[in-house]
Design a protein around this ligand. Structure first.
Ligand code: SF4
Ligand code: SF4
Length: 457
């Protein structure tokens, strides 16, 4: 079968060492839930959920335990049957601490769940499902963008007369180094992913679909191309695109696949595009066809300092520590645990931090990695080389924004379009003066958001 390749790409970006070999050959393994689960009430963009269960309540696997009436939000569900032990603050991978529902797993519910790949095949049709049914199942199932952004999926796919969609783009890039969960999902859950794509296309009201996969994953390109060829009611094509970070960023993927630019400050639907990650598509199929909420996901556990790197089907709410223990524990070289990959991930000091719906990876760095990073962090003054400008995929001037933040000139930082920064880390990666440019920008955004909140109060 001829594979479509595109030489088109986005400006800027970098190509860090891929390091996918540690886990790319490991098939997806189910993981048994631990004795205690911690399901965070804020795992998405938008309003956090409020608990709908109380301490000492009995819950069933798949039961909704938190929800919000806000339009931009997504309910959370228990992956296990058990008893609510507490509702308390728990470490959160991004926002510090937030409320979680702690559930003691019933011993009868302690069996591992397997991904339902064998429930889908080439005979799937989206015909029996109405648009309303699809959107309701996606909302009720608590689906959010699983590539990392965590935007509620229902809001993305449901019909919106003000912003009609023309094309659906599927993100199978997985451009962040080390991570291989989406790659394995495309190989092992091909028909489930494709079923989700067909349901999403129906909800979006589009008949054109493009699946972008980086050309360092030829096997995934091949299986997805073969599967897509069986679909007759959609114009669906798999496109192998250049391996470059951050190729999987929504705006970068649109540029590479369609040659279009999403205007600064706008979102893809304003130019008629909906972008979904392959894991989100698999979850759509599960929610709509099997009536199963988002309680499990595939997560890569990787790095030189983990005993058994691989790809695992984990219950959302399992702690990082429990997952690491399941993977044989840390080796003596372990020095830092990162949720996510090395470019956009967050270092976690507290291993009781639970995995969320967006946790695609846990990367364990070695002492050697950290020593190298420490060395990199010995900053020198900016030498005005301009490398950060060339690397920025959003066409920003990172050094000017960072300087504005450093000197507390948020007005200037805003004028340099700080809010358009996608926090990809390319500028920091290329900076020969080892300036933590992205760190400054992240801090600046937090300070601006806090100031806005204070003004609204
Ligand atoms: S300024 Fe933002 S978008 Fe540009 S390279 Fe730096 S982190 Fe990425
Ligand atoms: S890459 Fe670093 S040294 Fe070069 S201009 Fe940007 S901030 Fe300055």
């Amino acid at each position: 079968m001829a594979i479509q390749s595109s030489k088109a790409t986005f400006p800027g970006g970098v190509h860090p060492p891929e390091n996918k070999q540690l886990s790319e050959h490991g098939g997806i393994e189910p993981v048994s839930p631990p004795k205690l689960m911690a399901i965070l009430l804020s795992q998405h963009l938008g309003a956090p959920c409020q608990p709908v269960v109380a301490k000492r309540d009995t819950v069933q696997a798949g039961q909704m335990i938190g929800k919000s009436d806000a339009f931009v939000s997504a309910p959370v569900h228990s992956p296990v049957s058990g008893t609510v032990k507490d509702i308390a603050l728990q470490s959160h991978p991004v926002v510090g601490r937030t409320t979680a529902i702690l559930i003691e797993t019933d011993p009868d519910s302690a069996a591992e769940s397997k991904p339902p790949f064998d429930r889908f095949d080439s005979g799937f049709s989206a015909e029996p499902y109405s648009v309303e049914q699809i959107c309701k199942a996606v909302h009720d199932g608590g689906l959010v963008g699983m590539g990392g952004a965590g935007f509620p999926t229902r809001v993305k796919i449901e019909p919106n007369p003000a912003m009609p969609k023309e094309i659906l783009l599927i993100n199978g890039c997985e451009c962040e180094p080390f991570i291989t969960c989406d790659y394995r999902l495309m190989l092992e859950g091909t028909w489930q992913v494709l079923a989700g794509i067909r349901l999403a296309a129906k909800a979006c009201g589009v008949d054109r679909v493009r699946i972008g996969i980086e050309d360092n994953k030829p096997q995934a390109v091949s299986v997805m191309t073969e599967a897509a060829a069986s679909v007759k009611d959609l114009d669906i094509q798999v496109v192998a695109i250049k391996t470059k970070y951050p190729q999987g960023g929504e705006r970068q993927l649109i540029r590479s696949l369609l040659g279009k630019t999403v205007p600064t400050g706008k979102i893809p639907p304003t130019i008629g595009v909906c972008v979904l990650n392959v894991a989100t598509c698999a979850a759509i199929a599960e929610a709509v066809v099997l009536n199963k909420p988002l309680t499990h996901r595939v997560t890569t556990v990787t790095g030189q300092a983990i005993a058994k790197p691989g790809n695992y089907y984990v219950p959302v709410g399992m702690t990082v520590g429990d997952l690491i223990e399941h993977c044989g524990g840390l080796t003596e070289q372990a020095a830092k645990v990162v949720m996510g990959g090395p470019m956009m991930g967050f270092a976690v000091a507290d291993l009781t931090t639970p995995l969320t719906k967006t946790s695609g990876a846990v990367t364990v760095l070695t002492q050697e990695d950290v020593t190298r990073a420490k060395h990199q962090k010995q900053q020198t003054p900016c030498i005005r080389c301009g490398r950060c400008l060339t690397a920025c995929p959003e066409g920003l001037n990172p050094t000017k924004i960072a300087h504005a933040v450093k000197y507390n000139r948020m007005d200037l930082a805003e004028r340099y379009y700080m809010s358009a920064c996608i926090e990809c880390g390319c500028c920091s990666y290329v900076c020969p003066a080892n300036i933590e440019i992205t760190g400054y920008i992240k801090t600046g955004k937090i300070l601006v958001a806090r100031a806005k909140k204070r003004m609204q109060a």
